[in-house]
Ligand binder design. Structure first.
Ligand SMILES: Cc1cc2nc3c(=O)[nH]c(=O)nc-3n(C[C@H](O)[C@H](O)[C@H](O)COP(=O)(O)OP(=O)(O)OC[C@H]3O[C@@H](n4cnc5c(N)ncnc54)[C@H](O)[C@@H]3O)c2cc1C
Length: 398
């Protein structure tokens, strides 16, 4: 019987993990199933572009995984039972249960309203495609001169505010940041950001913690009301509640706690990658939710699973950061180089070159997903019955 590996979620990390597993393991030995709700790959890092009316390339999974040995299952995951080692899904065939020997959990994240009153009713978000399309439709109807307030001064907020301001110079775009504008960047990075934001006419509210969202304004904790015909909420991501409802060890926020091989610390036959995992990075700091660190977690998990099943050497590649790539509209960008643990160093790349660099990074990530078998050396060692069984025995005793 083949060892059954189920990968939940075909975002950046799930798709990379499935492709790499297919490359590493023999088809006669493993059955790899990739479960995803959507039939096509969603480039989450471009949701601000989708929201302002740009059309993104369609990337159907059917073509990507054809011939790889990965079976794609289009269904919504509704639950995971780590005791029985099953996944509950709902798809075209109705409700089903899938059994696994090894599970890779990569369901990503959505927006985080942080319990701020009025966000659910009045705010728009761009953490995923449905939200970005809702905002797109709304922005198309906003009259010139009206105000769009982007809440959140992190990377997503900067990208959203600049993209909206560049596309719609007829609108008043404002950005509400909890701290100072780009206060984690190097002096050069901050200076460049201020210049671009100023050029685009974006009003910045610094040290503005938004405490409420109404239909026509947002209210900050110090009582300031910022008029807003449209409020775009970008203040962080929250993981889906599925993992928290299982017996897996999770953080308070619901991320699955894993070791350096991305294996759950409570259930060794479960691996978690990307936004869904709590991974300790360099300097003992948890990795932030990002493609930049999420994709390496997928590689690490796939290599660890393959190594454990075939008796190979376990990967021990430290996951680190190199740079933060920020688009500031289509014509401008900022590449902030960072230390291994994500702290800004002096060097930055700015301007048009930075915009091109960022575009290449986005294209490269999508290309990697779309070509799961490309470039990697094939190391198809056999899965032995004993090793597969040993994995299950460890899991059963956990
Ligand atoms: C606008 C924006 C810009 C960003 N820019 C950057 C950037 O420049 N650099 C960077 O490093 N990061 C960036 N990020 C963050 C990055 O997109 C995420 O960290 C990354 O997508 C996480 O990858 P993932 O595979 O863990 O999750 P996702 O990409 O979210 O993938 C999860 C997958 O699981 C599927 N799924 C979810 N729930 C279910 C379910 N119940 N059943 C079945 N399938 C399900 C989803 O449809 C999706 O395919 C950005 C995010 C946004 C929103």
């Amino acid at each position: 019987m083949r060892h059954r590996i189920i990968v939940l979620g075909a975002g950046y990390t799930g798709a990379f993990a499935a492709g790499r597993l297919a490359r590493r393991l023999r088809r006669e030995d493993v059955a790899i199933t990739l479960v995803n709700a959507d039939p096509d790959f969603v480039e989450r890092v471009r949701m601000h572009q989708l929201a302002v009316g740009q059309d993104l390339k369609s990337r159907p999974f059917s073509g990507m995984f054809a011939g790889t040995g990965v079976e794609l299952k289009l269904a919504k995951v509704t639950g995971v039972d780590v005791g029985r080692k099953t996944v509950a899904v709902a798809g075209a065939n109705g409700a089903e249960e899938l059994a696994y020997d090894t599970l890779v959990y990569a369901l990503g994240s959505g927006w985080d309203a942080q319990g701020v009153p009025g966000t659910a009713e009045h705010a728009f978000e761009i953490a995923g495609r449905p939200g970005a399309l809702r905002l797109r439709e709304r922005l198309a109807r906003v009259d010139a001169g009206q105000t769009v307030v982007v809440v959140g001064g992190g990377l997503t907020g900067l990208e959203a505010a600049t993209e909206i301001a560049e596309t719609r110079p007829d609108l008043d775009v404002a950005l509400a940041a909890r701290g100072g504008l780009g206060d984690w960047l190097s002096p050069k990075g901050r200076e460049h950001l201020r210049r671009v934001v100023g050029r685009l006419g974006i009003t910045v509210y610094e040290n503005a913690a938004v405490a409420g969202v109404e239909a026509d304004h947002v209210a900050t904790a110090d009582g300031t009301a910022i008029p807003a015909a449209v409020t775009v909420w970008t203040a962080g991501f929250a993981v889906h509640p599925i993992a928290k409802a299982t017996a897996l060890e999770v953080t308070g926020a619901g991320q699955i706690v894993v070791d350096g091989t991305m294996r759950s610390v409570s259930h060794p036959d479960v691996y978690a990658v990307g936004d869904a995992a709590m991974v300790m990075g360099p300097g003992g700091k948890p990795l932030r939710m990002s493609c930049a660190s999420g994709v390496p977690t997928a590689w690490q998990a796939a290599d660890a699973i393959a190594a454990r099943l075939t008796g190979g050497k376990l990967p021990n590649v430290p996951i680190r950061y190199f740079n933060q790539c920020v688009s500031l509209g289509r014509k401008e960008g900022l590449i902030q180089y960072v230390t291994a643990d994500d702290r800004a160093v002096r060097a930055v790349l700015t301007g048009r070159l930075a915009a091109v660099y960022k575009e290449l990074v986005c294209k490269g990530a999508a290309w990697g997903v779309a070509n799961p078998m490309f470039g990697m050396p094939t190391r198809r060692r056999r899965v032995t019955r004993e090793r597969a069984a040993a994995g299950s025995a460890v899991a059963a005793s956990a």
